[in-house]
Write a protein that binds this ligand. Sequence first.
Ligand SMILES: [Zn+2]
Ligand SMILES: [Zn+2]
Length: 237
Amino acid sequence: MDATESRSGRLLGALLDFAFPPLCPGCDQYLDSEAPVCAVCRGKFDLYDFAFCVNCRLQVGIWPECPSCGNDLLPLFALGNYVDPLKQVVIEIKFRGILRPLDLLANSLVETFGDRIASRQADCLTPIPLHPTREYERGYNQASELAHVLSHRLDLPVADDLLVRTGKRRPQQMLPAARRAKNIRGVFEALDYDRGGRRILLVDDVVTSGETVREAARVLAQQGHCVVGVLAIAHGV
Ligand SMILES: [Zn+2]
Ligand SMILES: [Zn+2]
């Protein structure tokens, strides 16, 4: 984008903000600053400073194995608990295309977990893909948008061509925990033209039971890749 385009883009943005002042995605109040989320909502985020084991969902440090479940460690670095107002911000990102908070959320995630994420020595970030039809309807994949913002902060490339979603299933959050593993099984395919061996950080907006990221990790492992962690905005039930 040249300077004229970026100036006209900024002017258009300023005019739109004047005509339609942006609302805080957490509480729907008018924003009186350039911040993407109001200070009240930011103050109410239930933030984490610890990682979770994706397998047993208990808090973990960074060891080769989870001391609770004994599985190879798959740490989840999530910014906070999936409750309001963070939950409302995630919903606005996902369903209404309000992407402005992503910068703030990615920065906070890296501020809290940057060292621990770096210790996983990943080669790339891979967003959990949407089914192509759903991505076409929505116009974007929120996990991919988050991965691209994180890519700059973590200095890691986005590899969004390793995994595709071939099956259409019911959203995991609509199902009881006991049915989620079966619902997600076989939904992804790893693309086999890529030679394996990459250390991958998966990126998703919300991780709940962990079945989706575990299934993605399983499929990627069949191509010789190793998922070494998961990054998400929120962790919920
Ligand atoms: Zn707010
Ligand atoms: Zn565990």
